[in-house]
Design a protein around this ligand. Structure first.
Ligand code: PEP
Ligand code: MN
Length: 264
């Protein structure tokens, strides 16, 4: 179902008047790694709005490597994200980690994210296939492109055709970056599937200094969007403190991307 051979035209995921996958109009997915407080999310939402952008992200259920790290605010985090989204007129997306949370999540979210660690959580994929909300599916840490495509197929096979693919870097022997951004996955996924493809520059690089060049590369190679984590005070962030950018840095990042087409 995801194959270009089955459907030659691009799938455009639409939430009201916000389109993801419209040729020549890439979207930015911006927000903190974790939802920490209403004030924190509001500050980022205001910056997203100020840039004329449409989509706010923030993690409420955090899949952390260590069980002792901040696990997220859960449903309370979804409510905060919704409140900030409504106040600033933004669409909101957050990660869901168990099928049981999907029902409550759809009450608050415009899009559901399935994270890298859950790309092959088949019960979660099936559950996401049954809801009437777009799903952003991230590539697994060690997933081949073929496995990634099959994971998306699970969602479509269960009835949901509004799927966005996200390349977020894969694990290789290279330690200079947190993961290795597989930039060629973008045109390969665009050729093999009809789904929108975006690039997460934060988790793929894990380095602030690489966000801008990788975002440029993503847009140049034909990505339908870029995800980037922004926090009002990254040093004090409860997760991913080393790689989020602050609001002035985000403004600079966006101004450097000008001239590259971003939907506005
Ligand atoms: C995230 O986007 O918040 C996240 C945890 O990313 P990933 O699943 O790609 O590691
Ligand atoms: Mn993060």
């Amino acid at each position: 179902l995801v194959s270009r051979k089955q459907k030659s035209e691009d799938t455009v995921v639409q939430i009201d008047d916000v389109k993801i996958g419209a040729a020549g109009h890439p979207q930015m997915f911006v927000g903190p790694c974790s939802v920490e407080s209403l004030d924190q999310v509001r500050q980022v939402a205001a910056a997203v709005k100020e840039q004329g952008l449409f989509i706010l992200r923030g993690g409420a259920f955090k899949p952390r490597t260590s069980p002792y790290d901040f696990q997220g605010l859960g449903v309370e985090g979804l409510k905060i994200l919704r409140q900030a989204g409504d106040e600033f007129g933004l669409k909101v997306i957050s990660e869901i980690v168990t099928p049981g949370d999907i029902e409550v999540a759809v009450e608050y979210l415009d899009m559901i994210q399935i994270g890298a660690r859950n790309m092959q959580n088949f019960e979660l994929l099936k559950a996401a296939g049954k809801v009437d909300k777009p799903v952003l599916l991230k590539r697994g840490l060690s997933a081949t492109i073929e496995e990634f495509i099959y994971a998306a197929e699970y969602i479509l096979a269960n009835g949901n055709t509004n799927v966005i693919l996200c390349e977020r870097g894969i694990r290789t022997y290279e330690r200079a970056t947190r993961n290795t951004l597989d930039i060629s996955a973008v045109p390969i996924l665009k050729q093999e599937t009809h789904l929108p493809v975006i690039v997460d520059v934060t988790h793929s690089t894990g380095r602030r200094d690489l966000l801008l060049p990788t975002a440029r590369a993503a847009l140049a190679i034909g990505a339908d969007g870029v995800m980037v984590e922004v926090h009002p005070d990254p040093e004090t962030a409860l997760s991913d403190a080393k790689q989020q950018i602050n609001i002035p840095q985000f403004r600079e990042f966006m101004s450097e991307l000008k001239g590259t087409k971003i939907a506005s």
